[in-house]
Design a protein around this ligand. Structure first.
Ligand code: ZN
Ligand code: ZN
Ligand code: ZN
Length: 89
């Protein structure tokens, strides 16, 4: 973790990964996604901002869950919405 990491990011000791490699909400509506993100508060996996439905960001705003992790293979980073902060792990 970098020295500039926010309190949300530095509070995370174990990063939650995706239970399934799919966007929970896109599957319900039969839509597609580009990349997947996992909410570090509740563990739900949703789609990124390059996806048409941007479910991860909608979830973060609606639920006030601050931090997501990339659910893409080989990517190891976290992002905090309220602080607009990235951290690799
Ligand atoms: Zn934060
Ligand atoms: Zn989605
Ligand atoms: Zn959540």
């Amino acid at each position: 973790m970098s020295a500039t990491a926010c309190a949300h990011l530095s509070a995370i000791s174990t990063v939650k990964g995706p239970a399934k490699r799919e966007c929970l909400e896109c599957v319900k509506i039969g839509s597609n996604w580009v990349h997947l993100r996992t909410c570090q508060e509740c563990g739900v996996t949703l789609c990124c901002d390059n996806s048409p439905n941007r479910h991860a960001t909608k979830h973060a705003r609606a639920s006030h869950h601050p931090v997501i992790a990339s659910a893409e293979p080989g990517e190891r980073w976290l992002y905090c919405y309220p602080h607009d902060a990235f951290a690799e792990y």
